[in-house]
Design a protein around this ligand. Sequence first.
Ligand SMILES: Nc1ncnc2c1ncn2[C@@H]1O[C@H](COP(=O)(O)OP(=O)(O)OP(=O)(O)O)[C@@H](O)[C@H]1O
Ligand SMILES: [Mg+2]
Length: 287
Amino acid sequence: MDQAEKLRQLKKNLGGYEEVRKTPRVITVSSGKGGVGKTNFVVNLAIALAQQEKRVVIFDADLGMANIDVLLGIIPKFNLYDVIEGHKELNEIVITGPYNIKIIPGGSGIQELANIDSYRRERLIKGLKTIDNTADVILIDTGAGIAKNVLGFAGAADEVVVVMTPEPTSLTDAYGFIKAVSKYKLHSKVYLVVNKVANPQEANHTITRMKKVVERFLELQLDPLGYIFEDKVVNKSVMKQKPFVLEYPNSNASRSIKQIALNLIEGSYCPPRGTAGFMQRLIRLFG
Ligand SMILES: Nc1ncnc2c1ncn2[C@@H]1O[C@H](COP(=O)(O)OP(=O)(O)OP(=O)(O)O)[C@@H](O)[C@H]1O
Ligand SMILES: [Mg+2]
């Protein structure tokens, strides 16, 4: 490679950061309260990142209500359980969505992760490694709250995004989640996204309030990643089972998401956590 090509490679790898990264950024998206917009955020962020030439994988890790597929209008035939049980290879359960994003349906496989034997563990790790080699970003959509499996995903990821809304109940619940991350020393920093805001002032107000309590009571850095406008195109797109960044690219909600994608790419670089792959870390945390 000549010098120019090397530089292009570096730039392509991680936006503004001149760092070659061999493993994907694994980002868990969680919340304290349910229904704050995590799944919509994950699906649309995945597409916005893919539009920025990132190779994106979504891991649908919501045990109770896995619905990444619903938002994309696709029906997975198999899930992680089939891989763990040896009926399928990981690449056979992966679904391809718009912009070539890949979706891994977790389904009942996630419960199985807690008591997985070494043979199955190796098979899973091997499968995930093939994904690792072909992805820049893995986004994990978890259920709400601080169930053990959710914290397992949060702990195994490189970065955690907490989604909340400006409602006071969302503040206390999001704080509860961040407190758990801090208590179990899963991360020293979490990102915050405020969804369903009426205007930027409301977003700033929410961020300030959250920052205040976090700084006062926890030893953890809270990093605002952006906000998303409350927008009726979100519901319309859910009904159509088509992501709003594709259906309504110029809507307020889509602009918000695209900004967050840029913030993620350019804003901060998070070094990979040790040499163990994501799946190894996950199984360790579950077991
Ligand atoms: N920015 C927004 N503007 C308007 N409505 C929104 C917005 N974001 C999400 N919603 C609506 O909120 C509802 C919940 O969204 P979503 O399913 O993404 O939340 P969730 O956090 O994944 O929920 P759960 O905790 O059940 O997994 C949906 O009906 C969606 O249309
Ligand atoms: Mg959801």
